[in-house]
Design a protein around this ligand. Structure first.
Ligand SMILES: Nc1ncnc2c1ncn2[C@@H]1O[C@H](COP(=O)(O)OP(=O)(O)OP(=O)(O)O)[C@@H](O)[C@H]1O
Ligand SMILES: [Mg+2]
Length: 456
């Protein structure tokens, strides 16, 4: 059954079409050459016979039956492959080297193809001949022909060689087609098997490579890369789901018990108002956490790439800085911007604004009063580098990787509001834009550096 399936493969069909085209053109060429040469040889024989018959007819006209008979006898005695028979009207032999009139029917133009017996060492040979029949005045019959036995034999051999080479070509072509399609099918079977296993739930399966670096290996590599990518996206999504489950439950419970406690004993309007304001503040915090999680998920799935546009990093940054001026002022923090060069990049305007806002927000939040926050953009080669530097406590070297994860907040900043998602969004947006984020020591303070690719 599997063997029969091979016939239905595309590879086999292609091999078959190629074989048919190849065989057809090869045979057309050989047949053309064969029929041209065979036809030429046949035409030459006929021409010789015609010329001879013309000569004999003239001989008959000039010297009558005795003269013709004499010539026929003379020519018959010379063994040159010529066949002659002069006969009466009842086809009984008068002279010639054929002993009887052939049985074969006379065709158009008086041509007869027949066999005759030629004496040989072993008795007699049956041989092929072709002759032309001429009826002379007085009812006499003349047959002039040639022995074409060798020629016919050569033709037969060529024909059977043609037949066998056709069989061998088709046979080899079929075997080649089957081997080729079996090879292709085998490789595809492996890919199909793996994908079926993955569909059935074994998500860790990968397509094996043959090591030949051919197009199948390329396909397998691409499939494997795609599976890895899907795997990491799924892991990201399930991490978000876990985070929501674990980290949002606490504030929700807190909110609920706060409202419950307020209801437990009678309270004044002012107390109710305070409790409700507290609940609103807590809900706002929850909503902003949700929004951050959704933004991170959007950045991580790569969906946001659809919104990429050409944007000027400098103007985005200036807008964000402007928004944070009142906050900085309230803490008497000097907010300085230095952006001398234009820095065009490709990106999602909303996400980039949010990422810059998160960095500036952190810088202001974690810098004590009277401090300084400096934001700058510069170009280095093919990159646009954004730096946000503050004069706060900074982040210890050992924690700099860790704070990029979701919900991570350092002990030192527990008394500041926040959900620990700001830097994870920065990291996710950086990844989405193929940008690099590094946290360093500003001595004192933190220096956050973003390195974007400039638009070509
Ligand atoms: N500029 C900074 N200086 C000192 N510590 C910082 C600075 N930026 C971030 N951190 C530390 O890294 C932690 C994670 O920062 P992140 O921005 O992710 O969360 P958050 O600021 O606590 O909350 P959110 O940004 O979600 O409101 C912070 O809690 C803080 O401990
Ligand atoms: Mg933050």
């Amino acid at each position: 059954m599997r063997f029969l399936n091979l016939f239905r493969t595309t590879a086999f069909r292609l091999a078959l079409i190629y074989l048919l085209l190849f065989a057809a053109s090869a045979f057309a060429l050989i047949a053309f050459i064969y029929w041209n040469t065979a036809g030429f040889m046949a035409a030459q024989t006929d021409e010789t016979i015609n010329a001879e018959i013309q000569g004999l007819r003239e001989q008959y006209g000039a010297s009558g039956l005795p003269g013709l008979r004499q010539v026929v006898i003379e020519r018959s005695s010379v063994a040159r492959g010529g066949l002659y028979l002069l006969a009466n009207s009842d086809q009984s032999r008068i002279a010639g080297n054929l002993d009887r009139w052939p049985d074969a029917p006379t065709g158009q133009g008086g041509w007869v193809d027949f066999t005759y017996d030629r004496p040989s060492l072993s008795g007699s040979d049956r041989r092929s001949a072709r002759a032309r029949h001429l009826e002379l005045l007085g009812g006499f019959q003349l047959l002039v022909g040639r022995d074409v036995h060798e020629r016919r034999e050569i033709e037969d051999r060529i024909e059977s060689a043609l037949f066998w080479s056709a069989c061998i070509t088709v046979g080899l072509g079929l075997i080649g087609g089957l081997l080729m399609s079996r090879n292709v099918t085998r490789r595809l079977d492996v890919i199909n098997e793996t994908t079926r296993d993955i569909i059935d739930g074994d998500l860790n399966r990968r397509v094996p490579l043959s090591g030949s670096n051919d197009e199948f290996d390329e396909l397998a590599t691409n499939l494997n890369d795609m599976l890895d990518q899907i795997g990491s996206l799924m892991a990201g999504m399930s991490e978000v789901a876990d985070n929501i489950a674990h980290d949002l439950r606490t504030p929700l419970n807190r909110l609920r018990s706060r409202l419950e406690v307020t209801l437990m004993k009678p309270a004044s309007e002012l107390e109710y108002r305070e409790a409700l304001e507290g609940a609103i503040a807590e809900s706002d915090q929850l909503i902003s956490t949700f929004n951050s999680l959704l933004l991170i998920a959007r950045a991580e799935t790569g969906q946001a790439r659809e919104n990429f546009e050409e944007l000027e990093l400098k103007s985005v940054l200036t807008d964000v800085v402007e928004l944070y001026e009142p906050l900085a002022e309230a803490k008497r923090i000097t907010l300085k911007t230095s952006a001398s060069q234009a820095a065009p990049i490709n990106g999602d305007r909303g996400l980039i604004s949010q990422m810059l806002a998160n960095l500036i927000d952190n810088a202001i939040k974690y810098t004590p009063e009277d401090g300084m926050v400096t934001v700058s953009i510069r170009r280095t080669g093919r990159h646009a580098v954004v730096e946000v530097r503050d004069t706060g406590a900074g982040i210890p070297q050992a924690e700099r990787e860790h704070v990029l994860r979701r919900f991570v907040r350092l002990e030192a900043s527990r008394n500041e509001p926040g959900s620990g998602l700001g830097l994870s969004l920065v990291a996710a947006v950086a990844r989405l834009h193929d940008a690099e984020i590094t946290l360093g020591d500003a001595k004192p303070g933190l220096i956050a550096t973003l390195r974007f690719h400039l638009k070509d």
